[in-house]
Structures are given as C-alpha cells and as structure tokens.
Design a protein around this ligand. Sequence first.
Ligand SMILES: Cc1cc2nc3c(=O)[nH]c(=O)nc-3n(C[C@H](O)[C@H](O)[C@H](O)COP(=O)(O)OP(=O)(O)OC[C@H]3O[C@@H](n4cnc5c(N)ncnc54)[C@H](O)[C@@H]3O)c2cc1C
Length: 445
Amino acid sequence: MSKITIVGGGLVGSLLAIFLARRGHAVRVFERRPDPRRTDVYAGRSINLVVSHRGWTALRAAGVEDAVKAITVPVHARMTHDREGRLNRVPYSIDNRAIWSVSRGELNRRLLSEAEKLPNVRLFFDHRCMDVDLEHAECVFEHAGAQVRETADVVFGADGAFSAVRGRMMLGRFTYGQEYIEHDYKEVAFPGHPDGTSSMDPHCLHIWPRRWFMLMGLANLDGGFTGTLFMPHRATAQSPGFDTVQGEAEVRRFFREQFPDVEPLVPDVVEQYLRNPQSSLVIIRCEPWQVNGRVALIGDAAHAIVPFYGEGMNAGYEDCKVLNDLLNTHGDDNWPAVLHRYAAMRKPNGDAIADLSLRNFVEMRDLVADPRFLLRKRIEGRIQARHPDKWLPLYSQVKFSDIPYADAWREGLRHDRIMEEVLAMPGIETKWESEEVERKVLGLL
Ligand SMILES: Cc1cc2nc3c(=O)[nH]c(=O)nc-3n(C[C@H](O)[C@H](O)[C@H](O)COP(=O)(O)OP(=O)(O)OC[C@H]3O[C@@H](n4cnc5c(N)ncnc54)[C@H](O)[C@@H]3O)c2cc1C
C-alpha cells in the first residue's frame, strides 16, 4: 500500500482517486477551490461535456459507470442549424451509437461523492499547491493563510492546464509548449420547458456552424441545453469577434442575424452573453510526464487540448485506466516502472488527440455545412456498412473504440487520401452508391 497525493480534485483527479483507493492505496486529494458540492464554483462556466467510449471504459473499470450514467443524456447525431433555421440531422454512426452529454459541474460533484465513499480517500478543499519537492514527493499547500506540508510515496499532478506540479517540473529538464488558439468561448443556457421537455431534440448535439465561429448545444437532464459560443477573441476580416460583438444592440443584432432560431428559445440570450465570462482555449504539450518514478502528470496537466473532439476528459480517463492496467501488470509497489511505462505509452496519444481535436474544429464550424463533406460521410457510412472489417471512419475510431489515438490519426490520414481520389471521380454526386465507387475504395485500401 502506498501513500498517494493527488493535486487537483477536478474530473480526472477525482476518478484517479477512486481507481487508486480501490487498489488499497491511501489517497489524499488536495483541491484549490472550495467543495463544489457546497459552493457553486462552476457558475457561468458549467459547460457540458460528452462522455464517449474511452470515458465509459474507464468509468466502468473504476466501478462508477452506473453512478455517472444516471446524470447523462445520450446523443446519437449532430443537428446543424443554418442561417434560415433549417435543420439537418447526421447520425454519429451507422449503428445508432451514442455519446453522452453531462454537465461538468454535476460530473465533478458525483465523482467526488463516489470517491468520498471509500474509506481510504480523504478530500481537502481550499488547498492550493504552491510547491513540490520532486525528489521526496513532498507538496506544499496554502490553506487559510497557512502552509501545509504533505509527504507521500507518489504525487499525481491532476491540476489541469495551468498545473502547479508541472510548473515545478519545468524548472528541471523539461520540454514545454503552450499555444492559445484564436477562439474563446462563452456559455449560453437554453431553458427547458416547465414540464421537463425540451425545445430541441435532446438526443442531438446541436451546431450552428458559421465557418469562422459556431454555437453548439448539449442537452441537460432538466430539458434545457447548455450552449457554448466559440468565436475569435479579436474580429478578423472574415469574422466577428468577442471584441466587436459588444453592447446590447450589437449583441442582439448578431444573434438575430447569425442564429435567428435561438432568440425565441433563449429570450434572455443577450443578457446572458453580456453577463457570462469569456474563456480562452489552450493547447499544452510537454515532456516528460513523470520524474524520479515518484511524481507524474495526468489529464489536462499533461495534455490540454481544444475541446472540438470532446475528448479532453475522455483522454484523461483513459490515462487513469492505462495506469490501473499497468499497476495490474507490474504490481503496486513498482511505481518507477509503472510511471515510466505510463508516460511512454500515453505521451504519443496525447499529442495525437491534440492534433485530431484541432482538425475537428474545422470540421465542426465549417465542413458540416459543406455538401462535399456530407457526401464523403455518406460514402464512408456505406462502405463501413458493407465492409465493417475494412473501414471504420476516423470519428468512430476516436469516439467509439479503444484504438490508440496515434493509430487512429495515422489511419485517418490514409482515409483522407483515399476519399480525395474517390470524391474526384466524375459524377460522384450521382453514383456514390454504385459498385464502381465501392470497388474504387476497396482497391485503394
Ligand atoms: C468548452 C469546453 C468543452 C469541453 N468539452 C469536452 C467534452 O465534451 N468531452 C471531454 O472529454 N472533454 C471536454 N473538455 C475538456 C475537459 O473539460 C478537460 O479535459 C477536463 O476538465 C480535464 O480534467 P482535469 O481534471 O485534468 O482538469 P480540470 O478539470 O481543469 O481540473 C483540475 C483541478 O485542479 C484544481 N487545481 C488547479 N491548480 C491547483 C493547485 N495549484 N492546487 C490544487 N488544485 C489545483 C482545479 O481547481 C481543478 O479542480 C472541454 C473543455 C472545454 C473548455
């Protein structure tokens, strides 16, 4: 049995605590913020997330699948809304598979409560990590104006994109890259009907793609939706930005022009836009993910990515599952071997999902409204239905399988090359369901 310190009690830290405590380790979680079950630390920032296959695999292995499923809504398709309010529904898979919408705040609260049920987990809120002694696995926390020291056998930095644990590792031999994308985001809440029903199909992820910016909405259990507007921080020649869409009149004009079907559903959309905070999006890549076989990074602390594949948390949950599997293989008292292997296995996949997520941004804000892109999806769906052993679309590899992200990325690039040739076939729009097209794809595989 080891004594473990987890810095950060967010989405990944709370699940990691459950995994490690179930193995018999003594786990102490130190979280900077107050307890989210007692204070609304997520007000105005409670974005919705999607849990997908990898997330469920990890949640099941940790024994909390049912507890989490109870607070999710299944989502089977994308529903795009054009500027005229016309809808187009595109299923995520040919076999009606789902991703699952959940409120970030609800999920965090649920996992903290599940962790707290275990006798060998202790949670400490309002404890901000200030320093880590990487050799002795000792952390220094600030709590109520005083310093608290905590020594452990192993420390996990699950303290998110701006990790203090990583900050300490950066003082040594450490490679680090941080990139802000030009887009920021803001939350907009869509109310449900008083009887708990929804004004839009709750089993779809709703997108209003506008080429350079987009709004998306995911259902909540109460019939409402949490919407997120992604838009450039600064306006460009092609796009409005958060710096120009300001003031009541301009915000109203913007929503009426760009998202005419939203205002009737969200009567206070302008007030919400003016009131809610604007947040930025950052990509972080770093190496190594562990030092001295005693201190390791996990979740966003190791690999913060943009949210456009909805995989940041799922990737963090897969980190936890991989770590648990490695403990099964190497034993619970061989932390140097486990952490070394964990970092070696996960780093390439962290990089791959960072690249995949940027790519999906273009797909979501732009391509989902492009007829050629939709044609490609139809061709891919047909090939997959007829040859499931030969063709699994990239989206399905990422969202509905355990294929390592790095392998999915390589395969996705190969699919791009094949589909480019297929879409260049004369008359493809009318003959996409023909045997000729099928033979062409199979020949290129
Ligand atoms: C708009 C948006 C949409 C997203 N959608 C999805 C999605 O659909 N699906 C998906 O899988 N992912 C999604 N993500 C990504 C997901 O939110 C993150 O990957 C996930 O929250 C990472 O969890 P984490 O525990 O590593 O970090 P965090 O959730 O950031 O938690 C870190 C915790 O550490 C605490 N902390 C920080 N510093 C300290 C310190 N010094 N001392 C002590 N505690 C500290 C923080 O208070 C926090 O509680 C989305 C992200 C955004 C921004």
